[in-house]
Design a protein around this ligand. Structure first.
Ligand SMILES: [Zn+2]
Length: 91
């Protein structure tokens, strides 16, 4: 599958989506994740998967991205948009 489209201001999500692409290739090669978007309620995805294993991988990645700084990729225990360091540079 192709790399999912992610928002341009979320480069910190790349490591997570790269891992998803690699893992999906093993459990369900025909699965597709078209895009992952950032919403006010957290990361949202549009995907096609026909196995429970494939779907679980996508949901697990989404849950992890909800805790991943969109700028630097730092993973925090709580749900975040930006980590403390990157959030300090936000307007
Ligand atoms: Zn950060």
């Amino acid at each position: 599958m192709n790399d999912p489209v992610i928002p341009g201001d979320r480069p910190g999500w790349l490591a997570g989506t790269d891992r998803l692409v690699a893992d999906l290739a093993e459990v369900e090669p025909t699965a597709e994740v078209q895009m992952i978007d950032a919403t006010i309620l957290g990361p949202k995805t549009i995907f096609t998967a026909n196995t429970d294993a494939g779907r679980l991988l996508v949901w697990a990645t989404l849950a992890e991205l909800a805790h991943t700084c969109g700028r630097c990729g730092t993973v925090e225990p709580e749900r975040i948009t930006w980590c403390v360091k990157c959030g300090g540079n936000q307007r």
